[in-house]
Design a protein around this ligand. Structure first.
Ligand code: MRU
Length: 372
């Protein structure tokens, strides 16, 4: 993905000092492009918790690098392995819903078990962190290759007229290492010259749609329009939405999807209006142990201030303003679960499947041992 014409990933290792991890601090987008250096596992935990980085894929990749930093700072004595386990617990506690986080921590701990010395383990952690990041980008690129066929099909049916796609939150390249999940098919279609237009849900309360998705689509010159979260239903009723594509923070092996709060309501509106509703996700976002998304997926509850206050540019400065009566309470469930029955299909790096156990396990047969 390019920023003002220059290629970036959302996370990378410093070119001159490989003990420093660099990220785009997303809190300041779209107004300021700021790069932050992460040097300790505590820096990483704060960056994930306070959403300098966010989005399931990027949370996972950042946790992978966090474990590498933990290996660098662990004492060279018998407590080395315990230090890593504790660092993993610290990282996992930062954000509960995106399963990519515990997946990446688990992958690092498992890989480092093969190391016979601290030096060995550090080298393994470095390699594994890079592999997690590279596979995230590669899987998202492949999601684009499969997903673009859906857009091309609709484009053909419409005789080449613009395909209008609605997306919620930011499941774009900023939510991963590159390409994005929901946006990857859109970028692929745009790059192939298809006429596409994206309805961008603003995504209250943190506005990842209006601040992040709109920004990255703009960087790639993809036509888009920001809409208040509640407008999607109206647009669907009036034939203005051909397709919905969203991302996922955790998908059960039965096809229930946790994603940014409000996704469920979009899926209901899409079902009522016969608009295809796709979820794009890399395999790192599947939870192979959870069967019932509504009952089992932990839903992160964030602070009320995110609902009560809003941030934006004012006289060239980023400022925070109070929207509500100062003493009114507010709740902030950051995710909701869309049941499989409302979903048309899942777009993964291995292809598109139906949101049910049989179809998902056909794409990922190596997971069948979990579920006979
Ligand atoms: O709270 P966020 O910004 O981390 O939430 C991001 C989303 O909900 C995305 O849609 C989701 O992570 C799926 S795409 C990585």
């Amino acid at each position: 993905m390019k920023v003002n014409g220059k290629h970036y990933r959302t996370i990378w290792i410093d070119e001159v000092d490989d003990t420093v991890i660099r990220i785009i601090d997303q809190r300041f987008l779209p107004h300021k492009f700021i790069i932050e250096d992460l040097k300790t596992v505590d820096n990483v935990a704060i960056a994930i918790k306070d959403m300098h980085v966010r989005g399931a894929g990027l949370i996972g990749a950042t946790a992978g690098y966090g474990m590498y930093l933990a290996a660098l700072e662990a004492p060279h004595d018998s407590s080395f392995d315990d230090y890593l386990v504790n660092a993993g617990e610290k990282l996992k506690a930062t954000r509960p819903t995106a399963v990519n986080l515990s997946w990446a921590v688990g992958k690092q701990l498992k890989a480092m078990k093969d190391g016979s010395s601290p030096e060995d383990k550090k080298a393994i952690a470095f390699k594994t962190a890079n592999e997690i990041a590279d596979s995230d980008a590669d899987y998202c690129r492949r999601i684009g290759e499969y997903g673009v066929k859906i857009i091309e099909g609709i484009s053909r049916k419409k005789g080449g007229k613009t395909v209008n796609i609605l997306t919620h939150c930011n499941a774009g390249w900023l939510a991963f290492v590159d390409y994005g999940s929901a946006t990857s098919p859109i970028y692929a279609a745009f790059d192939k010259g298809k006429a596409v237009h994206v309805w961008v849900d603003e995504t209250r309360p943190r506005n990842q749609g209006s601040s992040l998705t709109a920004w990255e689509l703009g960087q790639h010159h993809v036509p888009h329009t920001i809409i208040p979260d509640n407008v999607g239903g109206h647009l669907m009723q009036h034939g203005q939405v051909d397709l919905v594509i969203v991302g996922s923070d955790r998908t059960t092996f039965t096809g229930d999807v946790a994603n940014k709060t409000g996704t469920y309501l979009k899926a209901l509106a899409a079902m009522d209006n016969r608009v295809p509703f796709y979820v794009a996700l890399p395999s790192s976002s599947f939870d192979w142990e959870m069967e019932n998304g509504i009952k089992e997926i932990p839903i992160e509850e964030r602070g009320a201030d995110e609902v009560k206050y809003m941030e934006g540019l004012c006289d060239g400065e980023i400022k925070k303003i109070l929207l509500t009566p100062e003493n009114s309470p507010a709740t902030n469930f950051a995710f909701d679960v869309t049941p499989a029955r409302l979903i048309t299909g899942l777009i993964t790096e291995r292809g598109i499947c139906n949101p049910n156990k049989e179809s998902i396990l056909n794409l990922f047969p190596e997971k069948k041992n979990y579920h006979g």
